[in-house]
Design a protein. Structure first.
Length: 319
């Protein structure tokens, strides 16, 4: 449960943080000044970090991540945030580190009166669990694509992710209660004329920021669209035959970023790529070298303005 601080606690945490991080005072000296114990000072500093009063940033003296960021910026015209991760780290640990870095970046990007699109998936779920609480006036978080399939409505999974974002920033959540894929394109076209759907599509059209990852069929940390029962064997075979390397919000693409002629996209509920490209800030979060080709396709489609990626995958992109 998120801890709530009263104004006195906030002031004490702020004072302790300023004395410790800015004035370089010891915990013992701070305890004397505040008339409290060293353990209380430690708790105040922990609260300052947990509630976003203190935002710690580490700048490595080693050039590798910065060189990779510059290389990616030069090659793809994006802002890259390369997360140092040991090469022998497990896939789960790699995802956790990237998700934590992305959560802190979003704390800088999400400001007052921002409309944020969220694509559900394994990566955005990990990010949602690591968000640093920050009360921001007038934020709206909208689901980018439907989540139902023939086995489940998917509402709980998608709404949990969306709700964590809304709770962290004091915003409101707008769900998109439609299936991930319709059985017939004509059903989708009819549904897209319904007022309940056009309301969500209008919110999506006004997005200031989108947060997403890329799906890949062969990722070692399974992409939810492939592991969650959304695709039948014949659909997977068709995607392979069409040269598909990944998806963003259940819209599939090839290595060159093209989507034309991919039949499943006619039934998908994710936003068209021209809609995404109109959003000013587009944050893509990727963990794992197995997603290299999927990420390359998303970059080729010009879907990304900010990339949060682990060091090994960044190296693979530049080789």
């Amino acid at each position: 449960m998120e801890e709530t601080l009263d104004p006195d606690d906030i002031r004490r945490a702020l004072t302790a943080a300023h004395l410790y991080y800015v004035q370089d005072r010891t915990m013992e000296a701070i305890a004397r000044e505040l008339g409290t114990s060293r353990s209380t000072v430690s708790r105040l500093l922990s609260r300052a970090r947990a509630t976003g009063i203190v935002d710690i940033r580490i700048r490595s003296p080693f050039a590798a991540p910065q060189l990779l960021e510059q290389n990616l910026a030069d090659r793809y015209g994006i802002t890259a945030h390369v997360v140092p991760v040991p090469d022998d780290a497990s896939d789960v640990e790699r995802l956790e580190r990237v998700a934590t870095a992305a959560a802190h970046l979003l704390g800088d990007l999400i400001v007052a009166d921002t409309t944020v699109g969220i694509a559900w998936g394994s990566t955005t779920a990990a990010v949602s669990r690591r968000l640093v609480p920050k009360s921001v006036h007038g934020t709206t978080f909208v689901q980018l694509n439907g989540s139902g399939n023939t086995r489940t409505t998917g509402l709980l999974y998608a709404s949990d992710i969306l709700s964590r974002f809304a709770e962290a920033y004091g915003g409101n959540a707008q769900q998109f209660p439609v299936p991930a894929f319709f059985d017939d394109p004509r059903t989708k076209h009819a549904m897209w004329r319904e007022r309940s759907t056009t309301r969500i599509l209008a919110i999506q059209a006004a997005m200031d920021l989108v947060v997403f990852s890329v799906g890949a069929a062969d990722s070692r940390v399974p992409s939810h669209v492939y592991s969650g029962g959304y695709l039948e064997p014949e659909e997977l075979a068709a995607l392979d035959g069409e040269g598909v390397v990944g998806d963003v919000a259940t819209v599939f693409y090839r290595l060159d970023g093209s989507t034309r002629g991919i039949e499943l996209n006619d039934r998908a509920t994710g936003p068209r790529f021209d809609v995404l490209r109109r959003v000013p800030s587009r944050v893509c979060i990727v963990s794992g070298v197995d997603k290299r080709d999927s990420l390359r396709g998303a970059l080729a489609a010009r879907l990304v303005t900010e990339l949060v990626v682990d060091e090994a995958t960044a190296r693979a992109l530049t080789e």
